[in-house]
Design a protein around this ligand. Structure first.
Ligand SMILES: [Mg+2]
Ligand SMILES: [Zn+2]
Length: 242
């Protein structure tokens, strides 16, 4: 029998974790001088090539996977996110929980595992990275063009609106509501185009999506409910009311 559930979609960077994973990783892995060069280079290359650019540099610097993991160990969850995950664990039968992020799957799963919450997630829409053999010149390797789409408001590398819609269409569950916890300007498209009346977007307070909705006054373009959060306990309160 099909069970009615809520689909809870989480962004990763600056939503589940307090900061941006890429920035945190680069800051810990490289010297100030290297970092300046990398940031310069990243502005000129394709999004997916960007990962390969610095994974290659890490390998050249003789960084091991163990070193890389120890950087991931230091990544902090957002305020009260642990409490939200504990709450979701206790009420898991009501929720299908996925992540939609352009961060690399290895990093996301490692951080969740490290914090003891990997098992809470039912699906991952994120950049796939793979480990190659010993002779590889990269620590991890990411293939190009992982999320082809034709949306004209999203960057070429990923349209979360399209990806979440596809996930919903392919799911065997019929969802009571879509709940979307996020922060960034790339989270605007799904909020506008995928979430419907009665669904809820949770933009992180004073982050890009929040600013877009309330400072650039684009709130009216959304038909879903909007519930800003500073710490994830505010999300728990809202979930308890559903
Ligand atoms: Mg984000
Ligand atoms: Zn889009």
């Amino acid at each position: 029998m099909l069970e009615k559930k809520y689909l809870l979609v989480f962004d990763f960077d600056e939503t589940i974790i307090a900061q941006d994973s890429e920035e945190e990783i680069l800051k810990s892995a490289f010297s100030k001088k290297e970092l300046d060069e990398i940031n310069q280079a990243l502005t000129k290359i394709d999004f997916f090539e960007g990962f390969n650019y610095y994974f290659k540099k890490m390998k050249q610097n003789k960084m091991t996977l163990k070193d890389f993991n120890s950087i991931l160990d230091k990544i902090q969850l957002s305020p009260k996110m642990k409490e939200l995950f504990d709450y979701l664990r206790e009420n898991k039968s009501k929720y299908e929980i996925i992540i939609c992020s352009n961060a690399v799957d290895y990093e996301i799963k490692y951080v969740l595992q490290h914090n003891g919450f990997l098992d809470l997630f039912d699906g991952f829409i994120c950049t796939k990275g793979k480990f190659q053999n010993e002779k590889s010149e990269h620590l991890l390797f990411v293939e190009k063009n992982q999320f082809p789409h034709s949306c004209n408001i999203c960057s070429s590398f990923q349209c979360k609106g399209f990806e979440i819609k596809k996930y919903i269409e392919n799911s065997k569950n019929k969802f009571e509501k879509i709940l979307f916890v996020c922060d960034g300007s790339n989270d605007f498209c799904p909020s506008k185009n995928t979430l419907k009346k009665g669904d809820i977007v949770f933009p992180r307070f004073e982050h890009n999506l929040y600013n877009k909705l309330f400072k650039e006054k684009l709130r009216d373009q959304l038909v879903c409910d909007v519930c800003p959060w500073k710490n994830a306990e505010e999300i728990i309160s809202k979930l308890k009311q559903l």
